[in-house]
Design a protein around this ligand. Sequence first.
Ligand code: OFO
Length: 176
Amino acid sequence: MLSDALLTKFNEQIGIEFESSNLYLQMSSWCGFNGLDGCAAFLREHSAEEMDHMFRLFDYVNETGAKALIPALSRPRSEFESIRDVFETTYKHEQFVTGKINELVHAAFTEHDYSAFNFLQWYVAEQHEEEALFKKVIDLVDMVGTDGQGLFYLDREISKVQGSASPSDAPPGGGA
Ligand code: OFO
């Protein structure tokens, strides 16, 4: 059973995962609009991963006998200066999400809710992977460059970058 305070935080995190998914889907559209189909595919796949993150939380909340609530969502940013701006934004966004996950883990631990604490370890590992993934993509942007043919090669290389090595073998819902 989740306390009211933890339930509120879990529902907030459900909203954050939704917003992450929407942000990456919007970025995918920006990339497609600008002829960067490889980046568009990469971000679309990542958008789907964020929905998986949302569903894991949604299922966990419902399994505890509480009710998951979908909050109002803010409209994602839709204009970017460049492809580097897109990936810098993803990197900063993931750092923000890591902070929110850490707050949630801290609240679960403080309340001695070890079921929630255990369940959230998947997100701790996932955030580490995601920050590393987007840092790697920014490094790729800087290495290949975006001038002339660079942008063409960059788009091709990013389409080959695998999604984060998600700890996806962990069962959804009730934790490891
Ligand atoms: Fe990309 O972060 Fe979800 O959890």
